[in-house]
Design a protein around this ligand. Structure first.
Ligand code: OAD
Ligand code: ZN
Length: 244
């Protein structure tokens, strides 16, 4: 198996990287589906669905505040940094797109800027009334015990993350799909391939003729769609794969 992607040999390649909870695991952020993961410890229907929010908004806010607290304590690792370095090196918008399912803000803190956060960002809050000016998400690092109310209209505020049963932001989803359809190399990192639509991106890339690579601790559910499987820890493998 090659230990790098040969990126330096291809002056015009376009690379798309899709990351999931596994890339942040070594920063200390718990994953969702591994043993001891968040969905073993929390009832996903209570804390990450619109119905759960309707029933007990404060419980949902306490869960997301806990995610904020965790992420604030953690720092980006060598995997996040390798991706940010690559973006800086390439310096060309069309050649590299980072799509993340993570809401933990660690890619941004590592220096990534051309970043599509398809599941939102836990450090953003918005008003649930779509006609309110505060429905445009804003940066918010506060920790809430009780669900906060909008200072403008009094409606409930919510974290700007995509919950189960909700659609992705269509603008972000279109950008992500377009990048995937037009890439030469598609690389997934630290994701179980269990959550759609992100789990289907590899098939789109493959259909478009891209080389498909996965870096993961365990075989993902959609393993068959990948040409190469680099099994192990993202923080160790990514710096090797992405070296130029
Ligand atoms: P999962 O928890 O489903 O999967 C994490 C994957 O990362 C597993 O396949 C692990 O083998 C792998 N992994 C763990 N540690 C790793 C490491 N150090 N290096 C490399 N790989 C490692 O997380 P996601 O696939 O990201 O959605 O989950 C997708 C979505 O489901 C999340 O964005 C979240 C969740 O419900 C929302 O919150 C909307
Ligand atoms: Zn409002």
């Amino acid at each position: 198996m090659r230990s790098d992607l040969g990126l330096g040999l291809l002056p015009s390649f376009r690379l798309v990287v899709l990351t999931g909870a596994g890339i942040s695991q070594e920063s200390g952020i718990p994953t969702f589906r591994d043993a001891g993961g968040l969905w073993e410890r929390f009832d996903m229907r209570q804390v990450a669905t619109p119905e759960g929010f309707q029933k007990d908004p404060s419980l949902v806010w306490r869960f997301h505040s806990e995610m904020r607290r965790y992420a604030q304590k953690c720092a980006p690792n060598a995997g996040h940094i390798a991706l940010a370095d690559l973006e800086r090196d390439l310096g060309d918008e069309d050649r590299f797109t980072l799509i993340t399912q993570n809401v933990d803000d660690l890619h941004r803190r590592a220096g990534s800027r051309r970043l599509l956060e398809v599941h939102g960002n836990v450090f953003r809050t918005r008003c649930t009334d779509s006609t309110c000016p505060k429905s445009t998400a804003f940066r918010d690092e506060a920790l809430y015990e009780e669900a906060p109310r909008c200072p403008l209209c009094g409606s409930l505020m919510r974290p700007d993350v995509v919950w189960f049963g909700e659609y992705l932001d269509p603008i972000i989803e279109t950008k992500a799909r377009r990048a995937v359809m037009n890439c030469d190399i598609f690389m997934a990192v630290g994701t179980s391939g269990a959550v759609w639509p992100a789990a289907g991106y590899v098939e789109i890339a493959r259909a478009a003729g891209a080389r498909t690579v996965i870096v993961n601790l365990d075989p993902p559910e959609n393993l068959r769609a990948f040409d190469e499987f680099h099994q192990g820890k993202a923080s160790q493998i990514l710096p090797l794969l992405l070296k130029r």
